[in-house]
Design a protein. Structure first.
Length: 284
């Protein structure tokens, strides 16, 4: 079975850097502004919420994800606390939402495509996957190989057979039900993504519930008493223009609430570099 061969610190002279890759800076965005084409606010369950996307530096293997997210979130809370637009926002429970992609990258679970050696099975099975403009999913040999590595070839073959049967009777999603192992969160390179996601395939993050809980605890200790007391938790989410899936959860609400909160994907789908959001309730 082919596996990624590089560890968390693996680099080579051939590895691209943002400069080598021709990476352009993300579109400029104010500290409390939404991404271009996205709304800052949304109504969920009869209440109005602001999702403030935080523009960050690129994340890399080995980054201390908790400390880095906490530093960005703390700055944004301080900025919002000084803004009349967000007056009183931190009196009520509020949340931090984090893209699962940066968690996976920092954990070394994102691989350059040339670090993965797809086998014949991965190449064949990936051709059977329907591709969408919102993400490559398992429709590439690299992502399919990661799925095989995670779940094992027999289970992936069984999942593929279940998918054929399901489609024949009008039922979709059986592949991911049978495959398990969160293979639905595996994703591959897309040309519109920021480096290194445009040349990488990634597994879902490891222990996302623990990462969420660690972010919550560390952020509470870093914030002033007011917002520290009302911080109601952190969510690790897989969000794109096609759908949402909460992978890590440490809050007082159901995961379905956050899927609705992010139903319009305020993180954006391209090079915005806004993988963290502070979410506060606003008056209607």
């Amino acid at each position: 079975m082919s596996k990624p061969t590089a560890g968390a610190n693996a680099t080579s002279a051939a590895d691209p850097t943002p400069a080598d890759d021709g990476e352009v800076a993300p579109p400029p965005k104010g500290p409390l502004a939404p991404n271009a084409g996205k709304s800052l606010t949304i109504e969920v369950e009869g209440t109005r919420w602001a999702r403030v996307p935080i523009q960050t530096a690129l994340f890399a293997r080995g980054d201390q994800i908790v400390e880095k997210v906490v530093a960005y979130a703390t700055q944004t809370v301080e900025c919002a606390g000084a803004s009349a637009e967000f007056a009183g926002a931190f009196i009520e429970p509020w949340y931090v939402v984090v893209s699962e992609k940066i968690v996976a990258i920092s954990q070394g679970r994102s691989y350059f495509t040339w670090e993965i050696n797809p086998g014949a099975s991965a190449r064949f099975l990936s051709r059977l996957v329907q591709r969408t403009p919102h993400g490559i999913g398992l429709g590439s040999p690299w992502t399919m190989q990661l799925a095989i590595n995670e779940a094992g070839l027999p289970r992936i073959l069984l999942a593929a057979a279940a998918s054929v049967v399901g489609k024949a009777i009008g039922r979709r999603g059986w592949f991911y039900v049978v495959a398990g192992h969160r293979v639905n969160a595996i994703d591959g390179p897309t040309s519109y993504s920021a480096f290194p996601s445009n040349v990488s395939a990634k597994l879902p993050p490891k222990d996302p519930d623990k990462v969420a809980a660690d972010i919550t605890a560390t952020l509470r200790s870093a914030l002033p008493p007011g917002p520290a007391q009302t911080l109601a938790g952190t969510v690790i989410i897989d969000s794109n223009d096609l759908g949402r899936d909460v992978l890590g959860h440490d809050t007082d609400r159901l995961p379905s609430f956050f899927c609705e909160l992010f139903r319009d994907n305020p993180f954006g789908q391209g090079r915005q570099q806004t993988p963290v959001a502070v979410c506060v309730r606003l008056p209607l």
